[in-house]
Design a protein around this ligand. Structure first.
Ligand code: GZL
Length: 356
């Protein structure tokens, strides 16, 4: 009941946002990032486009994106479909809006490399930066270097603790606490609100890890007294690590009945480990995770998983539209939160198109 209610509100909200949110003359579509067409693209949560105060920062003197060099700093290697879709979406949209030059770097999960990547892009003449931060802390040197050159920074996908307006203009991304809550509701539905749960956590120090954890754990505490977390360990958002950690957890906790993974890659690693242990994933052990990759939504449709909360990585259209608005002197809210869909065993098959 509860989940059905959530879904109704979610889809109604999406429809309203679709109708109300696209700014005049803009096209939030675009065939970027794998999976689906227009329907799969990001939708901003509220009409008006975002939340929080607006920075009083003067845009640099650039005559539109057609004259601009833009730098994109990716955080993790493109082995995860989320990263592949995200980078592709930025590339596709840069081309679509006619950005003069796009420089793309990849920090390979090293914060020191992300700092030097950003500084290198500034040295190569980047006039606007899109950054997918690895961690909440540690990018201050890069932000300072950008500020020194009056280069605006637009954050996508993860948040940082640095000061808005001084270090960056806006954060665009999902509500990760809500994702954790929704994952808890899905797992409750799958287990009849009674379970011994193991959690596979994302990378320590990333805002998304902290929020997906607290959203889930707090929801269990508030709503589901018979769901107990018996183990919680990082597997760094990586499939192979998810598999190894799950193997160990199954040995030390043979009575496990449920898994919550902070992303799909780790969940798919867990599916393999559960199968190798002679149990049936999706049945003996229920599994819920976050992202919406093709592999996970497919596994859900086949009954090997029990729920997936989407985290939509197709940031290209929203990021470039926001940058254009900023360059035109329009006010930009400090947070622009996107709406994510929920995949259930019932709707997975028909929504496979939206997966990436
Ligand atoms: C989401 C995010 C996460 C994805 C993962 O914004 O930063 O990081 O869920 C990824 O798959 O590694």
């Amino acid at each position: 009941m509860r989940i059905r209610g959530l879904l109704m509100v979610g889809w109604l909200g999406l429809a309203m946002v679709l109708a109300a949110c696209a700014p005049p003359g803009s096209d939030t579509g675009g065939g970027s990032g794998g999976g689906g067409g227009e329907e799969a693209q990001q939708k901003v949560e509220k009409s008006g486009g975002g939340q929080g105060p607006v920075c009083d920062v003067k845009p640099p003197n650039i005559d539109g994106l057609g004259q601009a060099t833009v730098g994109f700093s990716q955080s993790e290697e493109e082995t995860n479909p989320f990263r592949i879709a995200e980078t592709q979406s930025i590339r596709d949209e840069a081309q679509k809006v006619g950005v003069e030059k796009l420089i793309v770097t990849n920090a390979a999960s090293q914060i020191s490399k992300q700092n030097s990547d950003i500084q290198d892009m500034l040295a190569q003449g980047a006039e606007v930066l899109i950054v997918a931060p690895l961690n909440a802390d540690g990018l201050e040197p890069a932000f300072q270097a950008a500020a020194d050159e009056n280069v605006p920074v637009f954050l996508i996908d993860r948040e940082v603790t640095a000061e808005p307006c001084e270090s960056y203009i806006t954060f665009m991304g999902s509500n990760f606490v809500r994702q954790g809550q929704q994952a808890a509701d899905l797992l409750a539905e799958a287990t009849n609100e009674e379970a011994q749960v193991a959690i596979l956590e994302g990378t320590p120090g990333a805002s998304v890890t902290t929020d997906r954890q607290s959203g889930f754990v707090d929801q269990l505490e508030a709503e589901y007294p018979d769901m107990e977390v018996v183990a919680s360990q990082t597997a760094n958002f990586v499939r192979t690590e998810g598999q190894t950690v799950m193997e160990q957890l199954l040995q030390s906790n043979p009575d496990l009945t449920a898994v919550y993974a902070h992303n799909d890659e780790m969940a798919l690693g867990a599916v393999q480990a559960i199968r190798d242990a002679g149990k049936t994933p999706g049945d003996d052990v229920k599994i819920v995770s976050i992202d919406g990759t093709e592999g996970a939504v497919q596994a859900l449709a086949q009954g090997q998983m029990n729920g997936v909360v989407e985290s939509n990585p197709r940031f290209g259209p929203l990021a470039f539209q926001t940058i254009e608005q900023f360059l035109a002197g329009e006010p930009i809210p400090q947070n622009i939160i996107i709406e994510d869909r929920i995949y259930t065993p019932e709707n997975a098959e028909e929504n496979l198109d939206s997966a990436y």
